[in-house]
Design a protein around this ligand. Sequence first.
Ligand code: G3P
Ligand code: MG
Length: 343
Amino acid sequence: AQLQDLAGEKVKAAKNMSFVFDIDGVLVHGDRLIPEGRRALQILNGDNELGIKIPHIFLTNGSGKPEQPRCDQLSKILGVPISTEQFIQSHTPMQALSEYYNTVLVVGGEGYKCREVAELYGFKDIVVPNDIIAWDETIAPFRKFTAEERATSRPRDFSRMNIDAILVFSDSRDFATDLQIIMDLLQSENGRFGTRAKDPVSQRIPIYFSQGDLLCPSEHPYPRMSQGAFRIGLEAMYKALTGEDLERVVYGKPELATYKYADEVITNWMNVIHNEEKLPEHIYMVGDNPASDIVGGNSYGWNTCLVRTGVFQGGENDEENPANFGVFRNVLEAVKTAISKEL
Ligand code: G3P
Ligand code: MG
């Protein structure tokens, strides 16, 4: 009977903890598996002493394609099923904005993939920068607009309609064109091309960014500039040209709104796997980037685990944003240590 009690206690503890995984630098590098990631997820999917599922979700600043194909791709690399119901990428929480804005400019990403993402999020009327260039090429004087791009764009008369908000979903593939178009809209009267606002602040349409990372690791020896660097460039240009500060909203880690959204996703996922709609008390964030994963987790009251397989290259712990649960060689070590503390 005592043994049974003990097992019961452990089951309770397993349902009262949850993991939140960063993806890039923790589980994969681009399309390449970090081998310990697969084992860590197998353990949480039930290959453990209790044979029980330990709740876990994925929280990435990645972007640029719909949730379903991204989860399919990750499932394939990691060799475990990953559901969209346990998955948050940088622009996922932005779907809530579809209730507030009718016509939106969606910026960033490859080809027209972010248009597709916005359609899936329920936005009714979606414009991308290429639609605007196809209408008036003089807007982007340095851009070489190809016949194929023209054929796949959806030009309209943008001087006769208003764009209600600007949503930067992913990395700009053409800073010059995207910055010019965004600046035109921010200085226009309520988002109408061909106008200039009389009052630059009250007539300015809002702008949202899906994440704030300045840099992102790549094949190149030094990290490459990411969406945060694009935003800072835009803010400086806006200030220099208008004299005003640009008000903006940023999503993604380490922004508070994204962590609140993660709580909702964990609660819902608990319901999916254990039929209990409750938020586990002990949450472990496993990340590789002190400036996003760890600082955000620390200030949200989560246990933070920093791994050495990604951005972090330092000594014992990060000096500015130390992980409060510890630094680990890899994700498997972090998961095993957290489980043995809780169970
Ligand atoms: O910077 C964008 C992306 O590469 C970061 O992904 O999973 O480390 O948040 P992740
Ligand atoms: Mg990462």
